[in-house]
Ligand binder design. Structure first.
Ligand code: ATP
Length: 609
């Protein structure tokens, strides 16, 4: 790519990185903080990344030795947290006062060291070249560097490879080289993981470059399932690879691929009719029939966030709330969401953020009730270093500025102290934040959404909440209905069951439980439903959820005779006991007996041992 073609995207990338640095509270004068880990932590870190370091050192760098030997540069390998694992090459340019950044364990995250090749490649997930003056911190402007992330077999970013120097490095050339090196590391890691047990198809545009790091690599099993592939394969095929059958990618029967002589080049067409040269390597020990799933996955810890339009399953009040929020998606009108605890206010706001053009910008949720009253102000507005006794030496950028360009969600806003309410009002009016102890005003652009489960109008009347702030934050007032009043309850029971079940749990919810759910007052709303279903699914395993799988406290809130309404004919103790899922406390309350008397009767009738 020419420099001219690269320039606009590159400029945007630098501007965005600088803006993140400001959000982190850095200034051009800040000193980099490399935060080296303690000795024990460092050896654990190096031990855990040994395979990566060795592969880079022994199998990749030797190919680039001659190119690098003449260029006074240093090659650095950092992990996914920007921590330096190892460096090779020319250390001469590093002056003693910069040495802390070049020892193993030093962190190059943007948050601590500003815009730099390693940290910025990590933040934006792509290869970058950072020239001297593009570093955010003046202290780092002695160097220039290119870095490229390294992804594992599931396309998770695991490391960054960097080439840096204090002298001029030609951007396009250095960037190209570091990309090639990181692709080489990825390829070697793929081969190590799969070559023994899986078939490897390498393909490229000509016979001569079949061995190059720029060859596409697709790993597949005996049944023709694609189990992994390098990023280059996507580029060559012109689309993100699907992890289905290899026959869908290439216009060739599986049997023909399996019968190709090992390592012999042949020509191949994609299903989109591009022609490539290819080679298949057979495994020494084919994998067992059920391969592990190496496909790229969403991080398991990321819960599935519902989308805005799916939040209502047909309830009229909820439909209206979703419709109104959708209309205001891109408008600069603050929204106040009211609703009982657990009714889904935060889930609603996250969905709103995701549906808006700010989805890739920060979503900052602040629970105003959870921050101690005396800290709300400093947490929200930030402070200069040394602004008050106990303030951190670094200062603090504050949550409002962190939300710059994104969404600021002020949860439990009814619990905000009056003094802080006055300052928040000023920020909303002036759109500027003044940190504690600072005379500087920082402009902010935030989408404000607030929520409360307090009767905020009444709090205004009683003087606990400022009327002027109330009108500022409630441009649109949305009320989320409590679960017990929603007409789409049954659909929600099914939906949440579907969200929480494991793939093998297909038996559903029994009729008796659906009826109990229907009559339950659900004081904890969707949060409670979600928790009850998680317990019940764990208890029921692969059976349908029955009353006996429900947690005890579910029955405490149930209107006294609901359990028996759910089952029309139970007149003897055994069926009543079964109908309430064996819940002794509930049944004793219902029959007006003590728990001991009930135990005795159940024993006498042979219902329980
Ligand atoms: N639409 C939904 N689909 C699935 N689960 C939901 C949904 N809405 C809420 N939940 C579940 O309920 C929990 C609580 O939701 P949320 O935090 O949005 O409630 P809230 O109204 O903000 O509560 P609080 O007022 O106590 O902060 C979520 O963590 C999730 O488990």
């Amino acid at each position: 790519m020419t420099e001219a073609a690269r320039a606009p995207a590159h400029d945007t990338l630098i501007q965005e990185s600088w803006s993140r640095c400001r959000d982190y509270g850095l200034t051009h004068q800040s000193s980099p903080r490399f935060d080296p880990p303690a000795v024990g932590e460092l050896s654990a870190l190096l031990e855990s990344r040994q395979a990566l370091v060795q592969t880079t050192h022994q199998e990749v760098l030797p190919y680039y030795g001659t190119i690098l030997a003449n260029s006074n540069c240093l090659i650095m390998l950092a992990d996914d947290q920007g921590r330096l694992l190892q460096s090779w090459g020319d250390q001469r340019f590093i002056e003693p006062r910069q040495a802390a950044g070049f020892v193993a364990g030093a962190s190059w995250l943007e948050r601590y060291t500003g815009t730099n090749a390693i940290g910025t490649a990590l933040s934006c997930g792509q290869a970058v070249h950072i020239q001297h003056d593009e570093h955010f911190l003046k202290a780092n402007r002695f160097m220039t560097g290119s870095a490229s992330p390294i992804f594992d077999e599931q396309r998770r970013m695991i490391a960054v490879l960097d080439v840096s120097s204090d002298s001029y490095l030609p951007p396009a050339h250095t960037l190209g080289m570091v990309k090639m090196m990181s692709q080489s590391v990825e390829n070697r890691l793929l081969l190590k993981l799969f070559a023994d047990q899986y078939h490897l198809l390498s393909f490229n545009t000509s016979l001569d470059n079949l061995d190059s790091p720029w060859a596409g690599l697709v790993v597949f099993d005996e049944q023709g399932h694609v189990v992994s592939a390098n990023r280059r394969a996507d580029n060559l095929l012109g689309h993100a690879l699907t992890y289905g059958a290899i026959e869908q990618l290439f216009d060739v029967p599986l049997q023909q691929l399996l019968n190709q002589p090992d390592g012999q080049p042949f020509s191949l067409r994609t299903s989109g009719h591009f022609r490539f040269h290819a080679r298949v390597r057979r495994p020494a020990r084919p994998a067992p029939i059920q391969p592990r799933d190496f496909r790229p996955q969403a991080t398991p810890s990321t819960p599935q966030e519902p989308q805005l339009h799916t939040l209502s399953a047909g309830d009229a009040r909820m439909d209206k709330a979703v419709r109104q929020a959708e209309r205001l998606l891109e408008k600069d009108i603050p929204i106040l969401i009211q609703g009982e605890t657990g009714a889904g206010k935060e889930v609603f706001v996250k969905a709103l953020h995701q549906a808006s053009s700010r989805a890739n910008q920060p979503f900052i949720a602040v629970n105003c009730a959870a921050i101690p009253a005396e800290l709300v102000e400093s947490e929200l507005f930030g402070y200069e270093k040394g602004a008050f006794t106990g303030a951190s030496q670094k200062g603090h950028v504050g949550l409002i500025r962190k939300a710059h360009k994104g969404t600021l969600f002020l949860d439990e806003i009814g619990d905000m102290p009056l003094r802080v309410q006055a300052r928040l009002l000023r920020v909303l009016q002036e759109r500027c934040v003044q940190p504690l102890g600072s005379s500087e005003l920082h402009p902010v652009d935030v989408r404000l959404v607030s929520a409360t489960n307090r009767p905020l109008r009444q709090d205004v009347d009683s003087g606990q909440f400022r009327a002027d702030l109330y009108y500022r934050i409630s441009g649109l007032n949305l009320e989320l209905p409590p679960l017990r009043e929603r007409s789409d309850k049954q659909a929600l029971f099914q939906r949440l069951w579907e969200q929480h079940r494991e793939p093998h749990q297909r038996a559903g919810i029994s009729r008796e439980v659906l009826e109990l759910f229907q009559h339950h007052p659900w004081p904890g709303n969707l949060r409670q439903l979600s928790s009850v279903l998680r317990v019940a699914l764990a208890m029921a395993d692969d059976q349908a959820i029955r009353a006996e799988h429900l947690p005890d406290d579910f029955f405490l809130d149930l209107p006294t005779d609901t359990t028996l309404q759910a089952r029309p004919e139970p007149d003897d103790l055994a069926s009543q006991y079964q109908a309430c899922g064996g819940n002794i406390s509930y049944l004793a309350r219902h029959l007006g007996l003590s728990r001991n008397t009930l135990y005795k009767r159940l024993r006498e009738q042979g219902v329980r041992p």
